[in-house]
Design a protein around this ligand. Structure first.
Ligand code: ADP
Length: 501
């Protein structure tokens, strides 16, 4: 029917708007390198390029029992990590969803008290003996903090929001991202906020290191896969996106607030690349990107993240789908018997469908769509019915939905390649004679890169067309999942920090 043909035409137009050509990718890499340099030179640049005070990456021989907690998005994770010293580790782990109301609590104390409580529950559950011994010891000594230091867990605190780091276990929150908004916490030292609440509960825990999850990912990849130069980049593609890489101290031009060991001549830099190109010099900007941005609590910032990460891709898809649904001249999830003037009631979609709610679509729907290669798209159509309450979707409906979702996923992967390529080029490792032809290791973590089908393949496809990398360079770049990066990585940084006490 003409309405179905119109669906095909309009879908193509929508898909076309998410194209990000080889030329676009190359231009963006040049701009990324420019913004990186700017961030190394001064504060207030688009890329914050935050010094982390971590000056070495592990080599797989590190040992000991450490704790790590991770506040970064949807969940709070608490774990203990036994590093075996042979590139392996044993991780004990729990996670709990952050209650929505705490993400926008009135005071920082409310959120951090909740976190400390989770640490207590974890210790009682998994390290009960250690915990009881500590309580007994506390009852027999007069000074409340007089317990022996070796019984205190060193904890790496993975806090994946932009912080101004002032030392290895000190840093003030610059701004919240990813749906958090507690103005009271901005400008405060997040390690002190956590330590205060831990101390109120008398837990044998010392916050030894403030860790960005990207740095944790970098450290974890280096520990588990020690190559000739260690990993050069840790990158997250989850709720948000960000990367940390190993930079030469000589290129870090802005003054550092805290002390550090400069014997390696290097320091890990947290790029905060989520805010790459907030000016939109090179980032794509479809009408749906604009709509999404306007509906966020932080319009005009984290513009790269808003095109790349799990928190946003589902919403971009939802907005594009809604626009198509609103067109009376297009058959898209339409109820053919309806002749209503209200566009919603002409569809086969239940009124309470998440499709009609802001943030209603999870990015995992994009993964389902991309993974379904059955001729009838029966898996996707089932998913549309059971989770989105879209009934009797035709094959054409499902194909259109899948095509738009794929375009959004593909654009995200190509944008991810921009950041990865720029950092590989910045480090000069591809042309470093000392490395010969050795692989260049990159650790990645996050549901998007882990579960979105062919995400890494699409990154590689883009890397191959980038000037200065090419097919040969792309072959040497080894992108590996650093599982539990924020756990073991944070433990590794706590270990480094404990060595500096
Ligand atoms: P976090 O970044 O919060 O630590 P994750 O790495 O698990 O945690 O990322 C969660 C994000 O990943 C959410 O935004 C969610 O929409 C998205 N996500 C969850 N499952 C999938 C999936 N199967 N495919 C793609 N994205 C997913």
């Amino acid at each position: 029917s003409p309405l179905t043909m119109a669906l095909e035409t309009h879908t193509k137009t929508v898909v076309g708007q998410f194209d990000y050509s080889d030329e676009d990718v190359n231009k963006a890499v040049v701009e990324f390198l420019r913004q990186m340099s700017e961030g190394l030179e001064k504060d207030g640049a688009s890329l914050s390029q935050i010094p982390t005070y971590v000056t070495a990456v592990p080599n797989g021989t590190e040992k000991g029992l450490y704790m790590a907690v991770d506040l970064g998005g949807t969940n709070f994770r608490v774990c203990s990590i036994q590093l075996n010293g042979d590139t392996t580790f044993r991780l004990t782990y729990t996670k709990v969803a952050i209650p929505r109301e705490l993400m926008v609590a009135k005071t920082a104390e409310e959120l951090f008290a909740f976190l400390a409580k989770q640490i207590e529950i974890f210790l009682r559950t998994h390290h009960g003996e250690h915990f009881e011994a500590h309580i007994r010891r506390r009852m027999t000594i007069s000074s409340p903090d007089g317990f022996k230091d070796e019984h205190v867990f060193r904890l790496g605190f993975t806090f994946s929001f932009p912080v101004q780091q002032l030392g290895i276990n000190k840093g003030t929150l610059i701004r919240w991202t990813k749906g958090f908004d507690i103005p009271d916490a901005v400008g405060k030292d997040v390690c002190a906020l956590l330590q205060t609440e831990i101390d109120k509960l008398h837990l044998p825990v010392k916050v030894a290191a403030l860790v960005n999850d990207t740095v944790g990912t970098l450290m974890a990849r280096s520990y588990s896969s020690p190559g000739k130069s260690g990993a050069i980049l840790g990158a997250i593609f989850g709720t948000g996106t960000n990367g940390a890489y190993v930079e030469k101290l000589s290129k870090l031009k802005k003054p550092l607030a805290g002390e550090y060991d400069n014997s390696t001549g290097e320091m890990v830099i947290n790029t905060e690349w989520g805010s790459f190109d907030n000016q939109l010099n090179v980032l794509p900007n479809t009408p749906w990107d604009v709509q999404l941005d306007e509906a966020t609590p932080n319009p005009g910032i984290q513009m790269y993240e808003k095109r790349v990460s799990g928190m946003y891709l589902g919403e971009i898809l939802r907005l594009a789908v809604i626009d198509l649904l609103k067109r009376p001249d297009v058959a898209f999830f339409k109820d053919e018997n309806s002749s209503s003037n209200d566009w919603k009631s002409t569809t086969n979609i239940a009124e309470h469908s998440p499709l009609y709610k802001q943030w209603g679509l999870d990015t995992s729907v994009l993964s389902v769509a991309a993974a379904d290669s059955t001729p009838e798209l029966s898996i996707l159509r089932q998913e549309l019915e059971s989770n989105l309450h879209i009934y009797a979707a035709s094959l054409e409906d499902a194909q259109a939905f899948k095509a738009i979702a794929a375009a959004i996923g593909r654009r995200a992967a190509r944008l991810a390649a921009v950041a990865i390529a720029a950092i590989v080029l910045q480090t000069g490792k591809l042309t470093d004679p000392e490395l010969g032809g050795e692989p260049i290791d990159i650790g990645v973590d996050g549901s998007l890169v882990e579960h979105y089908p062919y995400f890494r393949d699409m990154i590689y496809e883009a890397l191959r067309v980038i000037k200065g990398i090419g097919a040969e360079g792309a072959k040497r770049i080894r992108i590996g999942i650093a599982k539990d990066g924020s756990g073991v990585g944070a433990a590794l940084i706590a270990l480094v920090a404990a060595g500096m006490e």
